[in-house]
Design a protein around this ligand. Structure first.
Ligand code: E4P
Length: 215
C-alpha cells in the first residue's frame, strides 16, 4: 500500500519525506487554509519536496470552471493530480480531463456506488472519506473493503485512496482491505512509529552497551 501524507504543511511534508516513507501528498481547501500562505507557493514547494502524485483541489463546481482550474494546475507539474468533487458535473469534467491527460482524484466519496460511477468515468483515484463516515456512526472501512472487491471483480484501473484517516488502526484496516493508498495525517504517521517495547528495548540496549569494557 502506498502512503500519501494528508497535509499542506511544508514542515510536516519535509519531515515525513526524509523518513523515506512518502509516496505522495493530498491537500484540500481546509488543509491549505490552515497554512495561511499563498496556495500556488505551497504547491510549488510541495512539488520540489516530493516526487510523487500531489493532489490539489478545484473550487469550481461547474464543468467549465473545473476544467479551467484543472488544466492550469496540471501545468505546474506532471505529478499534479486534480481533486474533483463527487458530483455529476465533476464526472463530466473527469471524462474531458482524461482526454487531456490530466490525472484526477474524485473526492468526498461516501459510498460504493459513488466510487463505481467515478471509476466508470475514468478517474485516476477515488477518495473514500472513512473517518467522516465513522463520525456519523457508519462503518467507514466497510465501503473500502467493498470497493476493493468490486474494482478487482471488474478490473478497474482506478486506485482507491483511503482518506479521512483518524488513527493508526484505520491504516492497518486499509492495508488489510487491499487499498492502493492510504493518505495519512502527520500526527497519525508519528503514532505509527510508536511502540513502548521499542522504547524500552532501545533504552536497555544503550544502557547495556555502557557496561561493555573497552568499547
Ligand atoms: C484527503 O484527501 C481528504 O481531503 C482528507 O483526508 C479529509 O480528512 P478529514 O475528514 O479529516 O477532513
Amino acid at each position: 500500500m502506498k502512503i500519501f501524507i494528508d497535509t499542506a504543511n511544508l514542515d510536516e511534508i519535509r519531515k515525513a519525506n526524509e523518513w523515506g516513507i512518502i509516496d505522495g501528498v493530498t491537500t484540500n481547501p481546509t488543509l491549505v487554509a490552515k497554512e495561511n500562505k499563498d496556495f500556488k507557493e505551497i504547491v510549488r514547494e510541495i512539488i520540489r519536496i516530493v516526487d510523487g502524485p500531489i493532489s490539489v483541489e478545484v473550487i469550481s463546481t461547474d464543468v467549465e470552471g473545473m476544467i479551467k482550474e484543472a488544466v492550469e494546475m496540471s501545468e505546474w507539474s506532471q505529478n499534479i493530480v486534480v481533486k474533483i468533487p463527487m458530483i455529476p458535473e465533476g464526472l463530466k469534467a473527469v471524462k474531458i480531463l482524461n482526454g487531456r491527460n490530466v490525472k484526477t482524484n474524485i473526492t468526498l466519496i461516501f459510498s460504493v456506488n459513488q466510487a463505481l460511477l467515478a471509476a466508470k468515468a475514468g478517474a485516476t483515484y477515488v477518495s473514500p472519506f472513512i473517518g467522516r463516515l465513522d463520525d456519523i456512526g457508519h462503518d467507514g472501512m466497510q465501503i473500502v473493503r467493498d470497493m476493493v472487491n468490486v474494482f478487482k471483480l471488474y478490473n478497474f484501473k482506478t486506485e482507491i485512496i483511503v482518506a479521512s484517516i483518524r488513527h493508526p488502526l484505520h491504516v492497518i484496516e486499509a492495508a488489510k482491505a487491499g487499498a492502493h493508498v492510504a493518505t495519512i495525517p502527520f500526527n497519525v504517521i508519528e503514532k505509527m512509529f510508536a511502540h513502548p517495547l521499542t522504547d524500552i528495548g532501545l533504552e536497555r540496549f544503550l544502557s547495556d552497551w555502557g557496561k561493555v569494557p573497552n568499547r
